[in-house]
Design a protein around this ligand. Structure first.
Ligand code: AHR
Length: 476
């Protein structure tokens, strides 16, 4: 089936839907062997991913598939396990009618004990009509969403019969709200964000509030878009991320913030960040990061879930490039309690931060002068990927995420530096550290300098006796 279409500008472009590539189903070997640690990309070719940890102890994950023809779900006891978890098909688009075309951005919610999956859908048939996208829901007949029978609940009712998608549901101060993206008659954008209390799973309990219209330059690159809202309440505030611009490398996250105790239906209580909070990063090689959700890791620490490609150049309509992979990373916070999204961390094991034991405000970081320890200039400067050597031990090599070509190396004279791998066996040995965990303290023992470990003295990084206080680190 070849269609002349573009859902964004409603302008005819050409995309061969029938060429929509097959799914890459198997996890990569690295993922399969990731063990306890998750590896990015977590799940290939799953865009718009929603991951949440339910009170049954499972992580549930859904997302858009490249063919946009079915609603899928997987679950795992661990975040890393989602990479290889069985994926079941809950529901497929219909043979004809308003839900026989694209299925986009599903979200699973348990509402009053019933599993409901919201999604955007359009008719098939070709031409512009395939972008008559509206929001629907299917419901499960049983307690287990992986094995129950799913059937159509109906269409989500909004004040306008227009392009709408990316609905998300959350409870705030005992009220269940829905936030979604919609094209509003009279406003020349592809989509704006709206918020309203839910009266029933498909009907609003009040006229919606318009939260934001894409007007800033980073919101209107390619197309004027505010979509994919996701909500997180932390530190006395509600943070609502959203995605903006075209779905290529210009796609990015914006942020609306409201006091948690405010009337969130008052549009004036929501403050928009003037700049995007999460964008393409060429150093780490992640392009068009967006359509996020939030979850927590096994230790209860906030995790940002999003999709992003490994490459910038896309041929044809980005909507039909299948490689928006699901990615996750820690979400940290600034001293004022607002989220620090940092940068997309790139492929490989999730990076970590090293803080000297007993000095919580200091972090190992790197800058143009090399390795230091103290008050870091930025979050990305403190994030180091610990690459398993793969010899069956806890021996790792440490690489800054913004300089994946560099490694921390130990020298016989006790100095420690950042250096590019010259491929020599000597360099390989000098860049290896045996990671030893000891009751909340971690030590990185230099393989090439027995008895010595990574340590800090003042703001300097050097080697010190492996049992010394200076060689104790807290990993965050
Ligand atoms: O992935 C399909 C659609 O493209 C999603 O609903 C939207 O968030 C994205 O831009």
């Amino acid at each position: 089936m070849t269609l002349s279409l573009s859902r964004r500008g409603f302008i005819a472009t050409t995309a061969a839907l029938s060429a929509a590539p097959r799914l890459a189903r198997a996890a990569s070997p690295a993922q399969a062997n990731a063990g306890a640690g998750a590896v990015n990309p977590l799940v290939k070719q799953r865009a718009d991913a929603q991951i949440f940890r339910h009170d049954d102890g499972y992580y549930y994950m859904t997302g858009s598939v490249p063919e946009y023809d079915r609603l899928v779900l997987r679950r795992s006891r661990t975040l890393a396990g989602l990479a290889t978890a069985e994926e079941v098909v809950l529901w497929r688009h219909q043979a004809s009618g308003p839900m026989s075309g694209f299925l986009w951005a599903p979200e699973l919610h348990n509402i009053d004990g019933r599993w409901i999956m919201y999604f955007a859908a359009g008719p098939s048939g070709g031409g512009e009509d395939v972008f008559r996208i509206r929001t629907y829901a299917v419901a499960c007949d049983g307690a287990d969403p992986m094995t129950g029978t799913w059937s159509v609940l109906g269409q989500f009712q909004t004040p306008w019969d227009s392009f709408n998608l990316d609905s998300t549901v959350f409870v705030h101060r005992g009220v269940r709200y829905v936030a979604w993206a919609q094209r509003e008659p009279g406003i020349e954008t592809n989509s704006n964000l709206y918020l309203a209390p839910l009266a029933t799973p498909l009907t609003l309990g009040a006229r919606p509030t318009r939260l934001t219209v894409p007007t800033l330059d980073w919101e209107i690159r390619g197309f004027k878009v505010a979509e994919a809202p996701a909500v997180l309440e932390r530190n006395g505030r509600l943070f609502m991320t959203y995605s903006a611009s075209a779905t290529d490398a210009r796609y990015c996250l914006g942020l609306l913030t409201a006091p948690a105790d405010a009337d969130i239906m008052d549009p004036d209580v929501w403050v928009k960040s003037p700049e995007p909070v999460f964008v393409t990063n060429r150093e780490t090689g992640v392009y068009g990061p967006g359509h996020n959700s939030f979850t927590v890791d096994e230790q209860g620490r906030d995790i940002l879930v999003y999709h992003g490609r490994d490459y910038e150049a896309i041929s044809g309509d980005p909507l039909f490039d299948p490689n928006r992979h699901t990615r996750i990373q820690r979400l940290y916070y600034k001293p004022d309690g607002t989220p620090d999204f940092g940068i997309p961390v790139g492929n490989g094991p999730l990076p970590e931060r090293l803080s000297p034991s007993g000095d919580a405000g200091s972090f190992l970081f790197h800058d143009e002068r090399g390795l230091q320890c103290g008050a870091a200039p930025s979050l990305p400067a403190t994030q180091f990927r610990m690459l398993p050597v793969g010899d069956g031990t806890e021996t790792v090599r440490l690489a800054p995420i913004t300089r994946p070509d560099l490694r921390i190396v130990a020298n016989a004279d006790g100095a420690v530096a950042l250096a590019a791998d010259d491929g020599s066996p000597a360099f390989a040995r000098r860049s290896q550290f045996l990671r030893v965990k000891d009751d909340g303290t971690e030590r990185f023992i230099a393989v090439a300098v027995p008895g010595k470990a990574l340590a800090v003295k003042g703001n300097r990084i050097l080697l010190a006796p492996r049992g010394s206080k200076a060689s104790g680190w807290r990993i965050d």
